[in-house]
Ligand binder design. Sequence first.
Ligand code: UDP
Length: 248
Amino acid sequence: MKKKKKLYEGKAKVLYTTEKANQVIQHFKDEATAFNAKKKEVIEGKGVLNNFLSEFFMEKLNNVGIATHLIKRLNMREQLIEKCEIIPLEVVVRNIAAGSLSKRLGIEEGTRLPRPLVEFYFKNDELNDPLVTENQIATFEWASEAELGEMFELALRTNDFLSGLMSGVNLTLVDFKIEIGRALRYSGDKLLIADEISPDTCRLWDTTTKERLDKDVFRLEQGSLSEAYTEVASRFDLLPRNVKSVVK
Ligand code: UDP
């Protein structure tokens, strides 16, 4: 499958059209950003790691009937995906308090929540992706009532599945963000998990030591991001320990 023209360039990825109207190529860049791109850095190899990790998680989700946009990985940095109309909401699921939840509600980081919490944020960089209510989602028609129900279900099923997968390699899934799209192939009638699932979009802590193995390493300047992501990839046997050998 060949790339045709650039469709969209975001902070961490680029999308290209292909000869098929329903399929696009997603390219993973090495740029790391945090705090709404106020903090930026190129981290060599990050794109490769996230390409492999996102492929791994999405393929596993596809295999258990949780539909994602992934068709197949094409090379070190690219994957072929279903074209979607992205619903303008970031769907966050939390198992343990951290990040913005801890700050907003004063819950100590590391506190396990009584049950998984699903939150929706309006995707808008200028507004800093504000937290929104279900009523706002309905009022502004960002998603229909049926879609909202489906988004809750997708988010919770993904959480159960990924929590188990992570726990198998001694990682705790603290929280994560997914984006959901309406698949073009089904005229928008089918929802798919889109974007990426990687340590850029999940909080992953070593279950025993509580060491952070996700983007917080970069946000909080707590060490090497590529070492942390390589550690996650190697726990799933995805890459050799020294990622530098495969980055070029
Ligand atoms: N997250 C993300 N992209 C965003 C905002 C959050 O992938 O633009 C992820 C983040 O990595 C974490 C979860 O969503 O796994 C919850 O993030 P939180 O609301 O705590 O915000 P943060 O503290 O990361 O700003």
